[in-house]
Design a protein around this ligand. Structure first.
Ligand SMILES: C[S@@+](CC[C@H](N)C(=O)[O-])C[C@H]1O[C@@H](n2cnc3c(N)ncnc32)[C@H](O)[C@@H]1O
Length: 253
């Protein structure tokens, strides 16, 4: 993942000024701690995640990780950042705020006075070969288990949708890149192992048992078709320029 973020770093010279990691997590926060910034602010909806990130090595006195929801209009209202990172944020949005993605883009733009770096996963297209078929079924089963537990799963947003809405909101997509994703038997195993942990939370033991059998069948099929990784869908990286007349020389928080 650092590889994708490093691609972004090459585009805008450092130091970066005041930086916001708008949907923070271990990978984007650790990476940001290694970059040259005046200050770093991380936002997450999850308190345990925030607590873990606050303990990461490399934090300085100008860095902070806050818990908040983007649907709250007060969140960082009045603040302006030189660079905003939205790393797989839109895909996770539905878990906390269904159909809020467009307004979330609006919020990010309103808090930006320079660049937004956005990384997203293109939704999986219809499978075109046996390897992709297995990957598709694993992703469907993972999401079905989340729904059965009463949670909303991630909902990935297509690149074309994001670009259309950014343009409508007056932001400029200065450049974009795509990276095709490779998935192998190891990825299937990791997804199924975490899915099986979730099955332990089911009240209906019979249903959990049926779904466990399905996991075993997917493992067998992955061993046959995904020894060699299969390419499926892509990550997109967007460099979005937000131009705003400078009102002050001081960073605002
Ligand atoms: C998939 S994780 C992002 C991955 C992260 N950049 C990393 O490196 O691991 C999504 C992050 O966005 C946050 N998030 C998603 N929707 C949100 C919302 N509506 N308001 C605030 N945070 C949100 C989640 O709490 C989480 O911290």
């Amino acid at each position: 993942m650092d590889q994708l973020l490093d691609q972004l770093a090459r585009r805008v010279p450092q130091p970066w000024g005041d930086v916001l990691d708008a949907g923070t997590g271990a990978s984007s926060w650790d990476w940001l701690l290694k970059q040259n910034c005046r200050s770093r602010t991380g936002i997450t909806a999850e308190e345990p995640r925030a607590e873990a990130l606050r303990r990461r090595p490399g934090m300085s006195s100008t860095d902070r990780v806050l818990v908040g929801l983007w649907q709250n209009p007060e969140l960082l209202a009045g603040s302006q950042f030189d660079l905003i990172l939205a790393d797989y944020l839109l895909g996770a949005c539905d878990r906390y705020a269904p159909h809020f993605q467009e307004e979330m883009l609006e919020r990010l733009i309103s808090r930006c006075r320079g660049w937004i770096f956005l990384i997203g996963l293109e939704p999986l297209p219809a499978p075109a070969n046996p390897g992709q078929q297995i990957l598709f079924e694993v992703a469907q089963l993972r999401d079905a288990v989340q729904l059965l537990l009463g949670n909303r799963p991630h909902r990935e947003i297509p690149q074309a949708w994001v670009e259309r809405h950014l343009t409508r909101l007056g932001a400029r997509v200065a450049w974009s890149e795509r990276y095709h994703n490779l998935y192998d038997e190891g990825w299937v195993e990791r997804e199924l192992a975490s899915l099986e942990l979730n099955l332990q939370l089911f009240e209906d033991g019979g249903l959990a048992q049926v779904l466990r059998r399905r996991c075993h069948a997917l493992r067998r099929r992955a061993a046959e078709h995904l020894r060699k990784a299969a390419s499926y869908s892509f990550d997109y990286l967007l460099g979005i320029s937000v131009e705003r007349p400078a009102t002050t020389d001081q960073p605002q928080h």
